[in-house]
Structure formats: C-alpha cells, structure tokens
Design a protein around this ligand. Structure first.
Ligand code: ZN
Length: 60
C-alpha cells in the first residue's frame, strides 16, 4: 500500500479543510401559501409545486 512520504504540514492540512464548512440550508417561500419550503420541493403545508396541487395534504 502506498504510504505518504512526508507528514502533511499544518498549513497544507488547514488549506484542504477550508472547503469543509457548513452552510445554512437555502429556503424559499411557497408561492401558494407563503410557507417556508426547500427549493425544488413540494410544499409540505399545501402540497403544491409550480403553481398546481400535486399532493393532498391532510389537515386537522
Ligand atoms: Zn404551500
């Protein structure tokens, strides 16, 4: 098995890790009911997507 020749320096290691960061999930408002929803997802509160109802949402 290949083994690294040199220890990875702190600088190299930390530069690699600059890409590992958490970002807040992007959310949009539903056009139908104004609820917060994930983009490109069916709204969980009214069941609509792209202006038409695609899911029956049980209420109550
Ligand atoms: Zn909605």
């Amino acid at each position: 098995m290949a083994v690294p020749k040199r220890k990875t320096s702190k600088s190299k290691r930390d530069k690699r890790r600059t890409h590992q960061k958490i970002t807040a999930p992007s959310v949009t408002e539903c056009h139908q009911c104004g609820e917060i929803k994930l983009p490109h997802h069916v709204c969980h509160s009214c069941g609509s997507y792209k202006g038409r109802t695609v899911l029956e949402v049980e209420e109550g």
